[in-house]
Design a protein around this ligand. Structure first.
Ligand code: PLP
Length: 406
């Protein structure tokens, strides 16, 4: 049966082959990717890296080196975000401090951030989940007032902006991811971007000391890419999504990962895809606006709110249901209709044992727990049909009334 994958970047085999071919000229591919990401982020520095989490570890280590106060070993992160964020903090030898979420915006609550104990904080990290910009101007001001660094995590938001300012460019340094389900895909991969500062100098030193990706790692990623591209097509995804060894949609806390340069072949593909960021996001925004129009008046469905000055990237289209039971019912019904909806990350970070064990202050984050129980994400990628909004609406309306009751 035809099945829409929950997220992804629609790629053709010839695009992949051409990207790899461009990667054979390693220096020119790296120069193109760096130039493109500097333009997209409006920042002067960029370093392609083996993954978004490796990028985050390098940035945090560099902030630690640049910081005047070596007692500062905590990183403020949203109570609900990708588990890799907490894993990157562990890998950098630091501890997370959780800040609660505003479920309506999906990002850190500005009030909760203002109440945070900054005594031992090194940096604040944003999330911009699903490509929806956080309250980045406010976060940046709070970081400056409290004398801490800010890392703008644009892993899911490459090409999004707030008041014309690119996500990834707020604070001292930012990152993008090229993993599966992000804005552009090289299976694994990412980049650091930064403004000129002591942190950037420290990042440059860290990156200069990085190894190349291992041959095995490169081979594995380059074999997975064409398989990924073919399997993302709705006709095949319906067959392959159940194969356990693909590990699709699994979320784990895993601090062991390579920290290396992005391979030349993946750099070549990323540079080619870099040119298409606006077109890819334009299409995702069109799907998102159809979904929003089709679902906005359904009782029991809450669409995320964000300021008019935001241009989201919509790696996925998020919405919230009343509770976990309603949410799970909706995901099952969409699944039966061939639409890959997900419950996103399964838990608030406070409920991930490895994360909780790192906390100095395990204060409750009720907003993050609420969001974890309510969220549903819908696909926005290039294989989404024109009538996706209508199809989702019909599926939700066909649900028992307890699901859609107000
Ligand atoms: C995916 C993701 C990361 C990590 O990126 P990888 O390339 O998967 O290592 C970091 N932060 C957020 C918010 C993400 O979604």
């Amino acid at each position: 049966m035809s099945y829409l994958a929950p997220a992804g970047t629609a790629l053709s085999l010839s695009e992949i082959a051409l990207g790899f071919a461009h990667g054979l000229r390693a220096q020119s591919a790296a120069a193109r990717l760096i130039e493109r990401l500097c333009a997209v982020s409006s920042l002067p520095h960029c370093w392609p890296i083996s993954s978004g989490r490796a990028a985050m570890t390098l940035i945090l280590r560099s902030m630690r080196v640049a910081a005047a106060d070596q007692e500062r070993d905590e990183v403020v992160i949203p109570g609900y975000t990708c588990y890799s964020v907490a894993a990157s903090i562990a890998r950098a030898g630091l501890r997370p401090r959780l800040c609660d979420i505003d479920p309506a915006t999906l990002g850190m609550s500005v009030e909760a951030l203002e109440r945070t104990d900054f005594n031992r904080v090194l940096a604040i990290v944003s999330a911009n989940l699903y490509g929806l910009p956080d309250s980045l101007t406010r976060f940046e001001r709070i970081a400056r007032e409290r004398g801490v660094y800010m890392l703008d995590d644009g892993a899911q938001a490459l090409g999004a902006s707030v008041d014309g300012r690119p996500v990834g460019s707020f604070g001292d340094a930012g990152l993008y991811s090229f993993d599966k389900g992000k804005i552009i895909c090289t299976i694994q991969g990412g980049a650091i971007v930064a403004r000129s500062s002591a942190v950037a100098q420290s990042i440059a030193r860290e990156v200069a000391a990085l190894p190349q990706s291992s041959g095995l790692e490169i081979l594995s990623n380059c074999i997975k890419l064409p398989i990924y591209a073919v399997c993302l097509r709705p006709m095949l995804y319906g067959l392959v999504r159940k194969l356990p060894f693909l590990g699709l949609g699994r979320t784990e806390f895993e601090p062991r990962y390579p920290i290396a340069r992005l391979s030349a072949l993946q750099t070549g593909l990323a540079a080619d895809l870099g040119i298409r960021i606006d077109a890819l996001n334009e299409r995702r925004r069109r799907v998102a606006s159809q979904l929003a129009a089709a679902l906005s008046d359904l009782p029991g469905v809450a669409l995320p709110t964000f300021s008019q000055s935001c241009t989201p990237a919509y790696a996925r289209f998020p919405l919230r249901m009343l509770n976990a039971a309603a949410r799970d019912g909706v995901i099952r019904a969409l699944d039966a209709a061939g639409i890959g909806a997900t419950a996103s990350y399964p838990c608030a970070l406070i409920d991930v044992p490895e994360v909780r064990a790192m906390l100095r202050d395990p204060a409750p984050t009720p907003g993050a727990r609420q969001l974890a129980s309510q969220i549903v994400t819908l696909p926005t990628h290039g294989y989404c049909p024109e009538d996706l909004g209508e199809r989702v609406r019909r599926t939700l309306v066909g649900q028992p009334t307890r699901v859609l009751a107000t």
